[in-house]
Each structure stands twice: as C-alpha cells, then as structure tokens.
Design a protein around this ligand. Structure first.
Ligand code: HAS
Length: 542
C-alpha cells in the first residue's frame, strides 16, 4: 500500500480509537450510575453521558473505523488512490472531523443532550445539527472518492467485475449514501430551522420517520464491513478459500435492496402509521434476514471445506483444525458466534406482536450490545490486529496474539453479563434510557436492581477490555518490531460458479432499491403530511 494512502487510513483509524476511549469512559460511568453504584458529580447528567456514549461509539468509532478499513482495502485491491479520490478522501476526513469535534463540544457542554438517535421532540443547540451536517456531507465525500477510484479502475482495466472487496466497499457506501439522504433531510429541513427558532414547531412523527429511514440501514452500514472481513479476509487467514464470490455479492445486493425500506420496524408502536404499512415493512424486514442466513451458510461452508481439506474427519472434526490461537481469526469468530443469538434477538424484535413486549425496554439495549457492540466490534478489533501493523509497517507479535485473545475473552464475558442481564430484565419491563434516580424508589424497581448490578459488573469488565485493546493498538502502531504484515485477501474456490455480471449492474440494483423505497414510504409519508398537527412547521418547505 502506498504511503499516502496509508496516511489517510491511519487518520481515520486514529480518530476511531480516540472516540472508542472517550465513549467507553462515558459507558463505564453510565453503567455504574444506572446500577446505583456511583452518583455523578454535580453538573454532569445521565442523559448527557448516554448521548456521549452513543454518539462516540455507535456513530463515530464505527464510521471512522469503517472508512479507514475500506480505504486500505480499496487501495490494496484497486491500486494506489488516484489524485482526485485521495484529495476528496482527505476533504471528507476533515469535514467529518470538524463536525465530530463540534458535536462533541456541544454534548460535553450539555447543549446537545438528545441521545444518539437525536429525533424530536428532544432539541439540541443548532450547532450540534450543523456539526452533523458536516459529518454527513464529509462521509458523502468519502463515498464519492471511493466510487471515483472504482470508476477509474474500471475505465482503465475494462473489467466487468471488480475485486470482491472493492465491490463490497462500493455497495456499502451506496447503501450509506441512500440512507443518509433521510437523516440529512431531517437535519436540514426540520432540526436546523426549529433549533434556530425560525419555525415554532416540528412534526415529531416525520422527524422520527426520517431518522429511522436512515437508522436501520445504519446498522447494516456497521455490519457490512464486518461481513467483508468474514467473507474475504477470514478464508485467507484460516488457509481456505472463499466459498462463492457470487453468493457473497448477492448477499450484499440484497442488503442494498432490503435494508432501507424497513425503518417502520423501529416504529411499530408509533401512532400515526397504519398497521398495513407497518406489516409491509415487517415483511421486508424478514427479507433482510436472508442475506445474513446466506452469510452464515457460506461461513460454515468455508470452515468445513477448509477443515476437511486439512484432513479433519467426522461431523464436527473441522472445528478442531481451525486456527484458534490466531487472534485475527479468534476475535471475529467469537463475533460470529455471538451473532447467532444476536440475530435471533433481532428476529424477535421484528416480530410485530413480540415487539410490543420488548420495545423501549432494556432488551433492545441488550440486542444492540450483542450486534454492533459485540459481533461488529469484535470483528473490527480482529481487523485492527493486522490492519494497524500493516499500516504502520510493523508486525503482529505472538505476545499480542495472546493479549488479543485475552481481550476477546474478556469482551465475551463482560458482554455475556451485561447484555444477558439487559435481555432478562428487559423482559421484566425495565425501561431503557432511564436514569437510576428516575424510578429507584418505585416498588417495581426492586426486582430490576440486581440485574443492573450485574450490568455494572459486565460494564466494568468491558471497560478494562477497552483499555487492553487500546494498549494493543498503541503497541502495534508504535512499538512492535518493524516488518511486513499481510493484508489477507482470500481467493475464490476453483469449483465455485462463475459470478454473473448482472451482480455488478449498479443501475439495476440502485433502481430496484429506489423503487422499493418509494413503495414503502411514499403513501405513509403522504398521510403523515396530510394529518400533521396544525401549526407544525418542521416541513414548511412542502
Ligand atoms: Fe437490530 C433495534 C431487528 C440486526 C442494531 N438494532 C436495534 C437497535 C440497534 C440495532 C442499534 O425489528 C436499537 C435502535 C434504537 O436505539 O432504538 N436487527 C433486527 C433484525 C436484524 C437486526 C431483524 N440490529 C441488527 C444488527 C445491528 C442491529 C446487525 C447492528 C450491527 N433491531 C431490530 C428491530 C429493532 C432493532 C425490530 C427495534 C426494536 C424496538 O422496538 O425498538 C437482523 O438483521 C438479524 C439477522 C441475523 C441473523 C444471524 C445470522 C448469523 C450469522 C453468524 C453465523 C455464525 C457462524 C459461526 C458462521 C439471522 C451470520 C459458526 C462457528 C462455529 C464455530 C460453529
């Protein structure tokens, strides 16, 4: 990888790890507050910390890590970044970083205590929304820059199919771009005029709908780079081959089609949206489960074929020959295993009737700590263990392999306690996003408190695990012995079917995606506007 490209990736990864540290510190404090273990010093609010925790980890750590990973992979598979993509990438980085800095300052000043979902009626300082515009537009710059690199590569090579990694990167950014149009519309047309006081009222339903139009594909924006590691990197690390290039591409196409028109499954208890439209989007939600099931199938196939090729016998003998002591495999593998119950939880959430039981309880918090905070995050840690030395020109030592494995185990144990307790106590009705002081004197709370204590223990273990991963990252970036580290990119099985070119037909897939979005959203949106409360001016532009 070229030195200039390295710098861009390193810049993104550095910010992501700083956000990881700050967000984790907020997380530790908040789990201790909620468990009733400590009280915050005067002036700092529980919801302020919760906002910092959510924004820094769910939005900033993930997005920056993803950009750093995608740029490194694109440079590896499509070649050194051309001038325009590189410059646009830096423009994106600085816009995003300016926005992130500004947003963090306003959160710390307690002027943007609106949680990471930031929809109305909670209102922040207008500067928080202006900061968000910078983050969103900056990320679009990165999307344009990656697409441009891909386009130039295609022009020069005249190839119909691009390398699997870069196809996946382009697809991930396409999904991100279409999804962020919703949140950008809410920020520009609703939140900014409302927070500056240019309009008096805001339509809450529309703000939530635009947020969730973005909010669900957002979770796949986190997931897809993890899947890129599972599909493309893991086969190489375990000494195997990619099961099927066509299957991997198809699963990404299905994510583009079905991850966006499903936002209503976050609004199943929202008045103002008719049941038939909710039902329709629930059906589409069940469609978006299919590419994950395909991924599970594909990964099992890779593990089994690789194991058998290495001489494994019996039904499960292949399990034994997997490289369990290689942290590059171990961390993502634990992430994959956790994704089995995590995905099952998602299916429960999406089931309309069951959603009535779990919505707005700590169950949902448990769900996303298994998905994004475990399956995705452990995979990102697994990637860091080779990506950081790859970028810094150093090597992943045996000692770091061991520390990484300890880190992963600590993460799994901490999360088992924290997320397990969240799931259970959620079923007893414990609400999410509620400070200890809000209900601690309520008789019902007595039943919840022991679970919250377990959450605090789990949260503390997780915080220690973060300190460990930060140490490993620092060591790999600045202290490890100099040398070359591989960027593992797998090859496809010789026996796999030829990939049909149609899978890389962008007009077709983006067109179908737009059509599905129009079908799923136009009429419900129209109803919302028609039945908007009088005087609600958030959509004055209509
Ligand atoms: Fe979710 C709420 C439904 C997946 C994140 N979700 C959330 C929120 C977040 C989130 C952050 O329908 C909270 C938002 C908020 O603040 O309010 N979710 C789903 C469904 C899926 C799903 C159907 N979610 C995710 C992923 C996330 C994520 C992924 C982050 C990365 N979720 C919901 C719903 C809600 C929700 C409702 C709203 C709840 C409410 O009422 O508020 C599906 O995509 C899941 C499909 C996954 C699978 C698992 C496949 C398993 C694989 C692993 C195979 C393992 C191997 C290892 C190969 C079907 C691929 C084998 C190895 C051996 C050694 C044996």
């Amino acid at each position: 990888i070229n030195e200039k490209d390295t710098r861009l990736s390193k810049a993104f990864i550095t910010v992501s790890f700083i956000a990881l540290f700050l967000g984790a510190t907020a997380g530790l404090l908040q789990t201790l507050v909620r468990g009733g273990v400590i009280e915050l010093p005067a002036g700092i609010g529980y919801y302020q910390l919760l906002t910092a925790h959510g924004v820094l980890l769910a939005l900033i750590f993930t997005t920056y890590f993803i950009m750093g990973f995608l740029y490194a992979g694109i440079s590896k598979t499509l070649g050194t970044l051309y001038e325009v993509p590189l410059k646009t990438g830096w423009l994106g980085f600085w816009m995003m970083t300016f926005g992130t800095g500004l947003a963090t300052v306003f959160i710390l000043l307690n002027k943007a205590t609106v949680l990471y979902t930031f929809y109305a009626p909670l209102q922040a300082s207008p500067w928080f929304y202006i900061a968000l515009v910078h983050v969103i537009v900056g990320s679009w710059m990165c999307a344009f820059s990656m697409w441009r690199q891909y386009y130039i590569w295609k022009q020069i090579t005249k190839k119909k199919l691009s390398p699997l990694f870069s196809f996946m990167a382009v697809m991930t950014m396409a999904m991100w771009f279409i999804a962020t149009l919703g949140v950008a519309a809410a920020v520009i047309f609703q939140f900014i005029p409302w927070s500056f006081g240019w309009v008096e009222k805001i339509d809450i339903l529309i703000s939530r709908t635009l947020f969730w139009y973005f909010g669900h594909p957002l979770v796949y924006f986190w997931l897809l780079p993890a899947y890129m590691c599972w599909y493309v990197v893991i086969p190489k690390i375990i000494g195997g081959k990619i099961f099927s290039d066509a299957l991997a591409r198809l699963s990404f196409v299905l994510f583009l089609l079905f991850s966006i028109p499903v936002g209503f499954h976050h609004q199943l208890l929202e008045p103002g949206i008719s049941h038939s439209w909710k039902f329709f989007q629930v059906v589409l939600t069940f469609m978006v489960i299919i590419p994950s099931l395909m991924t599970a199938f594909s990964m099992f196939a890779v593990f089994e074929t690789t194991g058998r090729r290495k001489g494994a016998k019996g039904l499960l003998g292949w399990l034994k020959v997997l490289p369990w002591s290689d942290v590059r495999f171990f961390a993502p593998m634990v992430g994959m295993l956790i994704f089995i119950p995590a995905g099952a939880g998602g299916i429960i959430n999406a089931s309309h009737q069951l959603n009535q039981v779990v919505h707005n309880t700590l169950w949902v918090t448990g769900h996303f700590h298994l998905t994004v905070a475990s399956s995705v995050t452990l995979t990102f840690f697994g990637i860091s263990y080779w990506l950081i030395p790859y970028l810094s020109g150093r090597t992943l030592t045996k000692k770091m392999h061991k520390l990484g494995i300890i880190q992963t185990v600590m993460w799994a144990v901490g999360m088992f306690l924290m997320s397990g307790a969240m799931h259970l106590v959620g079923l007893f009705g414990a609400p999410r996003r509620t400070a200890y002081t809000t209900y601690s004197d309520h008789p019902q709370a007595a039943e919840w408190i022991p679970y919250q204590a377990v959450m605090a223990v789990g949260g503390t273990i997780l915080f220690l695990a973060i300190l460990l991963v930060l140490y490993i990252a620092y060591y790999l970036a600045f202290r490890a012995p100099k040398g070359e580290t591989e960027f593992p990119i797998g090859e496809v099985e010789a026996a796999a079917v030829q990939t049909p070119i149609i899978l890389e037909n962008w007009k077709l897939w983006v067109g179908i995606s737009a059509m599905l979005i129009l079908i799923a959203y136009t009429l419900p949106f129209w109803h919302m506007i028609e039945h908007a409360p009088p005087g609600s001016q958030g959509y004055k532009f209509w």
